[in-house]
Design a protein around this ligand. Structure first.
Ligand code: PSU
Ligand code: MN
Length: 301
């Protein structure tokens, strides 16, 4: 087992140049091939085009990797037996020398270990619907409470209970910022029915906010929600029926634990055919751009 930071990423970090982390669950478990590989490559290019160095994070053959080669990206995008790794699963992948894709939580943990402060993803995990009986709450939330990384997402998908997710983030003292929006966004949709706790309109203000947050304590992250562009969005009402059907099927099949999120994502993707995949690709690119701009502003502080 090794912890390896790619030389280009290490050089940028040593010189206080901007770096943006990217997760790999979205590649291995969040999108079909070949769109997953094309998107992973496009995200890295968008980050470069906006003046930052990309660092896609995963476990390859049991090694923790911050910054992947083209061949490693290909492995994650094409192999069938890539594990889904949250933080607690990382040591098992290392022990068994497996390939694994990292969730938001695991990506944050490895990014922070390398010294990366900004991370772009699609959607964060949260409190699942029915959590009052299942207790299913993503470790992404507790990781945001613990690990000093700013996570740029398009909000939380409405497979989750968004109201309870926001309450939990408040309890955990995780700031939740919406970029240029009064509403907290719901991934495919610009509005979730819940207000954003904080609205900030510029990358500079967000960089100031992050600095002020880490001045208080070196512990804990920030959730930055970047609404999908109006031209790319799928209104919440249009996707609710598919989400309800997926939740019903999961309950009937007894899907639980770490299988729940991938199951729901897959079913919603299938039910909405190409539309949700198209929106997903658009929003994650939009998040990569904003994350790079925030990383640039932060490194100039
Ligand atoms: N939500 C999405 N797309 C995703 C995920 C969540 O809209 O790809 C992935 C992320 O990697 C996230 C993980 O960190 O699912 C959460 O899984 P769980 O609920 O098992 O913690
Ligand atoms: Mn869970």
């Amino acid at each position: 087992m090794a912890f390896e930071v790619a030389p280009e990423v290490q050089a940028a970090l040593s010189e206080n140049r901007p770096v943006v982390a990217l997760e790999s669950t979205i590649i291995a478990h969040g999108m079909p091939h070949p769109q997953n590989l094309e998107t992973a490559q496009a995200l890295e290019q968008i980050i470069r085009d906006h003046g930052a160095v990309p660092a896609t994070i995963a476990v390859i053959g049991g090694d923790y990797k911050v910054g992947l080669s083209a061949a490693e990206l290909f492995v994650l995008a094409t192999e069938q037996d890539v594990m889904k790794l949250s933080v607690r699963d990382l040591p098992l992948a290392a022990t068994q020398r497996r390939h694994g894709a990292t969730t938001v939580a695991a990506t944050m943990r490895l990014a922070a270990r390398a010294g990366i402060r900004v991370f772009a993803t699609g959607g964060i995990g949260g409190v699942h619907r029915g959590a009052e009986t299942t207790f299913d709450i993503s470790a992404d939330l507790t990781e945001l409470a613990e690990t000093p990384v700013a996570v740029v997402s398009a909000g939380a998908k409405s497979i989750l209970d968004i109201g309870r997710t926001l309450e939990m983030l408040e309890t955990l003292s995780v700031p939740v910022i919406a970029y240029r929006s009064d509403a907290f966004p719901a991934f495919y949709s610009r509005e979730s029915g819940f207000a954003a706790p904080v609205r900030l309109d510029t990358q500079l203000e967000i960089a100031h906010f992050l600095k002020a947050r880490w001045e208080l304590s070196p512990r804990g992250g920030v959730s930055i929600a970047n609404p999908i562009h109006p031209a790319d969005e799928i209104p919440a009402a249009q996707i609710e029926a598919q989400i309800k059907a997926a939740l019903d099927e999961a309950r009937k099949k007894g899907i639980a634990g770490k299988e729940t999120t991938p199951f729901l994502l897959k079913r919603v993707n299938e039910a909405t055919a190409g539309a949700s995949l198209k929106a997903n690709i658009a929003l994650v690119k939009n998040n990569a751009r904003l994350a790079a701009e925030i990383a640039v502003a932060l490194s100039a502080q």
